[in-house]
Design a protein around this ligand. Structure first.
Ligand code: FAD
Ligand code: MLT
Ligand code: ZN
Length: 467
């Protein structure tokens, strides 16, 4: 039957759209982290919404599961198949057309496989801004960011993807197309269906296109990299940055020294902006249309220094300097990957509890695995830490052996402080079991009911997210 499916897919979409050679499929069955590798019956690469619908309909009829995939930059193993070898990967990579830019409605309509960087450029070409920004924006697709409700470094000002999407086109698990591609700002006609698909990680349908909100461009950007004594100082600084930055405060990011050390060790052409070592660093950006952004940032930093919240600061004096400061923050994922075994924890807490979390959990982890390296960084302005661990130097095996226990320590502390075990990366395969432990029974029941209502046959990415 599955042999027939591959022939049917080839007949419907053409030979070149269906890959079955293991060498051709290799890049689609292993994720960016290298922690998740599976096998697939085939990788299918449709070029249009109707081809996606045909592929999904054929899979549903054959009882074969579909794993949607965009740029394969997800960090929780959601976009790759497991080792069962009985699913297909449906790659949106050929659907990368910007369908329309409407400067009056302030919208952009784009196909799901379009790289985020291309969406940003299309907005910039129209003199507007699409504000979603994250480390791998050249590779991740807009469909993948919608499916994961991605966050990034400008959430403080613009919110997550959920707040940037006006309409969606989705192929449902039975192959029907839901045309919700509307540019409406207001639509109170019952349940907001698009929000169900945003953040559903491919478990409810395949996003094929989206209408996105555009915002005013922010050509003036004032950026500083600052040295801080503690996480407490970073959170205490937020109201001050807001007061001086007003609605133009865009970014407030945190890096622990261990994170900076990895960037300095692994990325070419970067340097420590300060002559002295500090424990914590922040990256702040205020962006707008006039030069007052510089003044606002300088005033905020002077006020912070006079209140003893700042140890040192470097302001970017040119676009090149700005880039080099951003490289220190955006390079952490790549640098940590180069260092070896990594355990990622994308946690969120009430901002007022972040400092306590860091102070209390670190010593417990050190006791559980002496020498474990705490690579702490993230979107502190959103209450979101990437509380990642690297192995003790030269002992990757120790981290792998203790992974379950270390993660439990972290998640238990997050739960005790009223936080969540995923802020922006999602559940995927990595946290599927943890969902049962850290979400309430009522929440899990409701999630299962939604899945059952939309995908009763379990076609769409059914081994992900739900416990
Ligand atoms: P994929 O990895 O291909 O897929 C991710 C999930 O979405 C999977 O479950 C997949 O099945 C599903 N999916 C993909 N496309 C579709 C579709 N069209 N329809 C339905 N389901 C689909 N994320 C953040 O939120 N913030 C960050 O700051 C951030 N920084 C990152 C930095 C680095 C270096 C890397 C490698 C990743 C980072 N990420 C970040 C994670 C990742 O880039 C985002 O989650 C991104 O949104 C994934 O997009 P993608 O196209 O690569 O999706
Ligand atoms: C980031 O913000 O850099 C990523 O989301 C974090 C990660 O790779 O863990
Ligand atoms: Zn992040």
């Amino acid at each position: 039957m599955t042999g027939d499916l591959v022939s049917d897919l080839r007949a419907a979409l053409g030979d070149r759209a269906v890959l079955t050679d293991p060498a051709d499929m290799a890049a689609y069955v292993t994720d960016w982290t290298g922690s998740f590798t599976g096998t697939a019956l085939a990788v299918v690469r449709p070029a249009s919404t109707s081809e996606v619908a045909t592929a999904v309909r054929l899979c549903a009829a054959a009882g074969v599961g579909v794993v949607p995939q965009g740029g394969n930059t997800g960090l929780v193993g959601g976009g790759v198949p497991d080792s069962g070898g009985d699913q297909i990967v449906l790659s949106l990579g050929r659907m990368r057309r910007v369908r329309e830019v409407d400067p009056v409605a302030d919208t952009l309509t784009v196909e799901a496989g379009t790289p985020l960087a291309t969406v940003q450029s299309a907005a910039a070409d129209a003199g507007r801004l699409f504000p979603l920004s994250l480390g791998f924006e050249g590779s991740c697709t807009i469909g993948g960011t919608i499916a994961t409700n991605a966050g990034g470094t400008a959430v403080l000002r613009y919110g997550m993807v959920r707040e940037l999407v006006l309409g969606l086109e989705v192929v449902l698990p039975d192959g029907r197309v839901w045309d919700g591609l509307r540019p409406l700002r207001k639509d109170n006609t019952g349940y907001d269906l698009k929000q169900l698909f945003i953040g559903s990680e491919g478990t409810l349908g395949v996003v094929t296109a989206a209408v996105l909100r555009l915002l005013p461009a922010t050509p003036r950007r004032a950026t500083a990299f600052v040295a801080l004594e503690s996480v407490e100082a970073a959170t205490a600084l937020l109201p001050l940055l807001r007061e001086h930055g007003g609605g133009q405060l865009t970014t407030w990011e945190l890096l622990g020294r261990q994170a900076l050390d990895l960037v300095l060790a692994h990325l070419p052409g970067v340097r420590d902006p300060f002559g002295t070592r500090h424990e914590w660093y922040g990256l702040v950006e205020i962006a707008g249309t006039s030069d007052d952004v510089d003044e606002r940032l300088e005033d905020a930093l002077s006020a912070a220094a006079s209140q003893g919240l700042l140890l040192d600061a470097v302001l970017a004096g040119s676009p090149a300097q700005r880039e080099s400061l951003w490289a220190l923050r955006e390079g952490v994922s790549e640098a940590q990957k180069s260092e070896g075994a990594t355990l990622k924890h994308d946690v969120t807490l009430p901002i007022s509890s972040l400092a306590r979390f860091v102070a209390e959990v670190g010593p417990v982890l050190q006791e559980a695995l002496p020498g474990v390296r705490l690579v702490t960084y993230g979107h502190v302005g959103d209450g979101n830490l990437h509380y990642n661990l690297s192995a003790p130097v030269g002992d990757d095996a120790a981290l792998q052996a203790r992974a379950g226990a270390l993660t439990r320590i972290i998640y238990d502390a997050v739960a005790a402080l009223g936080g969540s075990i995923s802020a922006e990366h999602g559940i995927g395969a990595l946290k599927r079991d943890a969902v049962a432990a850290y979400k309430s029974g009522v929440e899990v029941d409701l999630m299962r009911a939604v899945k059952q209502a939309i995908d009763p046959g379990g076609v769409m990415n059914s081994r992900k997210v739900l416990p």
